[in-house]
Design a protein. Structure first.
Length: 273
């Protein structure tokens, strides 16, 4: 769908995201497993525990997210959104399986519990609306872009480098998918309410960013990231995500989902001037 306003992107509909995820699933992106893990013990010692924790976070079954998405889809008359979320979760689980296979190949195995994963899940389980679920997902996926770039630099394993590249190729569209959804929700907010939301998000991101550094600093340093470099990279990447959440950066004319919002139970109002 082409924009009717110059220089403004049009957000994709849920049906378009379903088509994207299905096409991405069919892409042939081989991993050079034949070379083995090809990781030296010193390198593995620096990154293994961090990879185990991150791998666990990628393997969630997404049960509660599916529930929130189904309710949101029913409220807004957008049944395709449920399928888009199902495919999004499946793609995240593939990332977890790729990392798990590498950990198995390297002889360190997978973990079943991690304090960071527990904290993240507890934070999202407090509330069940889609905005509350999507916001921490955007934050963690934003940090994942920084993280996998770091791991790619920290390892000499062509297998792990290829896995990181595949995940990074997927994460940027994931961020767009989630940020566009938030932008649709935020169309109903006044400027004052939106500023308050962004202020709360900045504080939450600050906390999450510090927790990730605390839990993964050894691996991040192995990839050449000082705390200052990590800090700057995270804020730069999250600032890009916040720009994508801004409902005023999109051309909403002709987007079918907007009509569904305006006719549904959410009673979306026009964006405040």
């Amino acid at each position: 769908m082409k924009s009717t306003k110059p220089n403004l992107p049009v957000s994709r509909s849920s049906a378009e995201w379903v088509a994207y995820f299905r096409a991405n699933d069919r892409r042939d992106r081989p991993i050079p497993w034949q070379f083995g893990a090809a990781v030296v013990p010193e390198e593995l010692q620096r990154i293994a525990r961090s990879l185990q924790a991150w791998q666990l976070g990628e393997t969630s079954d997404g049960h509660r997210l599916r529930f929130a998405a189904a309710r949101f889809a029913a409220q807004t008359g957008d049944p395709e959104y449920r399928f888009a979320i199902d495919l999004f979760i499946a793609e995240e689980q593939r990332h977890g399986e790729l990392l798990g296979q590498f950990l198995d190949l390297a002889g360190v195995g997978r973990v079943q519990a991690d304090w960071g994963d527990r904290l993240f899940r507890m934070a999202r389980y407090c509330l069940r609306n889609i905005e509350v679920w999507t916001t921490p997902v955007v934050m963690v996926e934003t940090l994942a872009v920084v993280y996998y770039n770091t791991i790619r630099r920290a390892t000499g394993s062509c297998v792990l480098q290829t896995i990181c590249k595949q995940i990074l190729d997927d994460e940027l569209p994931h961020l767009r998918f989630q940020c566009e959804r938030l932008a649709m929700i935020y169309r109903s907010r006044s400027r004052l309410a939106l500023r308050a939301r962004m202020a709360a998000q900045r504080f939450a991101f600050f906390v999450v960013m510090l927790l990730v550094w605390f839990g993964h600093r050894r691996a991040l340093r192995a990839g050449g990231y000082s705390f200052r470099h990590y800090w700057r990279s995270c804020w730069d990447r999250m600032s890009a995500s916040w720009r994508q959440m801004n409902p005023r950066r999109y051309d909403w004319i002709g987007v079918a989902l907007v009509s569904a919002f305006e006719q549904g139970h959410t009673k979306i109002r026009p964006a405040a001037s």
